[in-house]
Design a protein around this ligand. Sequence first.
Ligand code: NAD
Length: 368
Amino acid sequence: MDIFTKMNEYEQIMFCNDSASGLKAIIVIHNTTLGPALGGCRMRPYASVDEALEDALRLAKGMTYKCAAADVDFGGGKSVIIGDPQKDKSPELFRAFGQFIDSLNGRYYTGTDMGTELSDFVHAAKETNCIAGLPEEYGGGGDTSVPTAMGVIYGLKATSKMLWGSEDLADRTFSIQGLGKVGFKVAEQLIELGANLYVTDVNDNTLAKFIEKNNKYRNAIKFVHGNDIYSSAADIFVPCALGGIINDDTIEQLQVKAVVGSANNQLLEDRHADVLRQKNILYAPDYIVNAGGLIQVADELYGPNKARVLQKTSAIYHSLEEIYQEAEKLNISTAQAANNYCERKIAARKNRNSFFSRHKRPKWQIRN
Ligand code: NAD
C-alpha cells in the first residue's frame, strides 16, 4: 500500500503497538486548521490492518466536517483499537493507549465511540489530559443526549421555518423512529409543544415507559409497528435510531415533507440526498442536526457548564438556515450545501492559530 498516496489530504497517521498489553491501535489526524483533532476511539475486531486504517481515515475526515459545522475549536481525527471489546480490554491496554495519545502533545483528543466506554477512558486519562467526554464525577459534562435532543428541536424549528414560514411546531405531526436516550427527549419536548406523534421502537418496554411518563398527552401519541414508521402520514420524519435508513426502499414510502433526526449516517449512500431532493423532501444533514453532543464534549475544555452548552447548541438553527438557503439558491442537495458550508469555515481560518492549539488543558487529578 502506498501510504503517502492514501494520506494525500491527511496530516498524520500513528500506528501504536504495545506488546505487554496487546494494544494495536491507529490514530489518524485529518486536519487541525480549526484546532487540535477531536474524535472518538472505536474498538472492533477488524479483519485486517487495512480495514482498520480505512475506517479510521473515513471517520477522521468526517470529524473535520462535524467540528467545523458545530463551530468548536477542533479539527478532525479518529482512532481505532484492533481487538474484541468483549475479550481484549484491560486497564493496562487503555493506559498504554493514553500514553500514545499523550505523546501527540495536545494534537489529538479522544473519548468513547463504538466498542469503548467512559470507564475505559478513566484508565487512559491517568496517562494523558487529552480525553474529552468524561463522566461528570471526573469533571466531564456527562450524558450528551440532552444537548443532542435540544439540537434536534432547533433543527425541527429551522426546518419548519423553511417549509412553512414559522418555527411553531404545535399541531404538526412527527414520526419518530427510536425512543432511546435522544428520541425519548425529543418526543417529550414535541408533545409538550403541542405536536402529534407517530412513534416506534424495537423495545416494547421503552414504548411502555414513554406512555407511562406522558399519559396526559395520550391522545397525541400513536404507536406504529416497525417499518410502518416510514409510510406514516407525518409532516417530518425524525430518525433517532439507526443509520442507513434513507435508501431507495424507504424514500419510496416516505409521505413527509422533511427528514430531521439525530441518527448518524442516515443516508445509505451520498446520492440519496439527491433522491430526497427530487421528491421534494427537505433533508437536514445529520451531522449538522446531531452536533449537540459534540458541542458538549468540546465545551468541557472550558470547564463543564450545561447552560453554556445549550446556548451554543442553538447555533444549529442558524447553520441549518444557511445550508437550506444555499441549497435552494444553487439548486444542490442540502448534503452538498452542508459540505460547502464546512469547507468555507475551514478555509476562512486557514492561517489563524486557534486558542487550543496553543494552550493545553490542565491535567485531571486522577490517581491510581
Ligand atoms: P440509544 O441506543 O439510546 O437509542 C436508540 C433507540 O432506538 C433504542 O431505544 C432502540 O431500542 C431503538 N431502535 C433500535 N433499532 C430500531 C429500529 N429498527 N426501529 C425502531 N427503534 C429502534 O441511542 P441514542 O443515544 O438515543 O442515539 C440515537 C441515534 O442518534 C444513534 O444513531 C446515535 O448514533 C445518534 N447520536 C446520538 C448522540 C447522543 O448524544 N446520544 C449524539 C449524536 C448522534
